[in-house]
Design a protein. Sequence first.
Length: 199
Amino acid sequence: MRTRTSQKASYRNLHTTRPSLLQSRPPKSRDRGPKSNEDTQTDFSALDVLRNTATPATAIDACTSEGFALNNRMRINGSGLLLIGGEAFRWRPWLQEDASSNDRMTGKLLNAKHQWHVRDEAWGLLELVYPKPDLLIIGTGPTVVPIAPAVRQYLNGLGIRLEIQDTRNASAQFNLLATERGVGQVAAALIPIGWTESR
């Protein structure tokens, strides 16, 4: 139905359903059927399926701006972290081949398109390890950054699937999946959360 006001046409909506019929009605009864006669009732709030599973020694306890604290009381400062097969390795993918003793957390990890790009040589350990992990969780630093197609293609060529997240979430994801699936199937490559890209 149209009504004219001044020179502009305005339209009114016509509802044929009453507003009271649009809302769902509360249930008539909260009864869930006959009472159970079983002696044991399951308390789902106390259910913990991973209770008897040991936490990996390389589980990440804390992410700091300079590095990481692991469950085995090891601290990694001034570098990234590569977790493969239950082992922890210092990882500095920002170092260039010509850098001899530059130990600082400075360098470039982003390409011209602002995609996370790491040289193939930085993944050398993944080429050597057997069996290869099924999943590599990459923590790109304080924020999520898209990964360069060349890096994705290289790692997929090794038979490894990728999960890209910011470092805090990647660490939590690694802890959960390494506990669930085992450290042989899940690996992580993490950049410290204090990483800043040099210009």
